[in-house]
Design a protein around this ligand. Structure first.
Ligand code: NI
Length: 137
């Protein structure tokens, strides 16, 4: 995605963005804010345990329900995000998002952030290791 200019600036309907792709765990970049991406993804089942060493990761649940397992201080817990909820995973914290019944989510993170983090377990075929795809690509 090119940088924002007055010429290429236009509203994007999230519903339309979500209709434009089917792949799961494969984020699309809908817009940028300074050096951050706003990404949307359809998810179902489990992502992988991973951590972003240098950045927090913001989640907003648009549809469905997202769960995120977290490993902090040697303990493990999970948070549940119903539709309309926001949550930020602190940088360096191992996490594993999952959505047994499926969800549509929005993420906010620095451009170039890998979907599977800087550290991760083996990546299964259903998880896309990406820094985000252009919408419509
Ligand atoms: Ni993450």
């Amino acid at each position: 995605m090119s940088r924002n200019t007055a010429e290429n600036s236009a509203p994007i309907a999230l519903a339309t963005a979500f209709e434009s792709f089917e792949e799961l765990w494969s984020p699309r970049i809908v817009t940028r804010v300074n050096d951050y991406d706003v990404r949307v993804a359809k998810v179902a089942g489990e992502h992988v345990w991973h951590a972003h060493d240098d950045t927090d990761e913001f989640f907003l649940v648009i549809e469905g329900e997202l769960h995120i397992s977290l490993r902090e201080g040697g303990a493990e817990r999970a948070v549940t995000l119903p539709r309309g909820s926001v949550f930020t995973v602190p940088k360096g914290v191992e996490h594993r998002p999952y959505a047994p019944a499926g969800a549509s989510i929005l993420m906010f993170e620095p451009t170039g952030t890998l979907s599977v983090g800087d550290r991760h377990e083996e990546i299964p075929d259903h998880v896309d290791a990406t820094t985000g795809h252009a919408l419509g690509a």
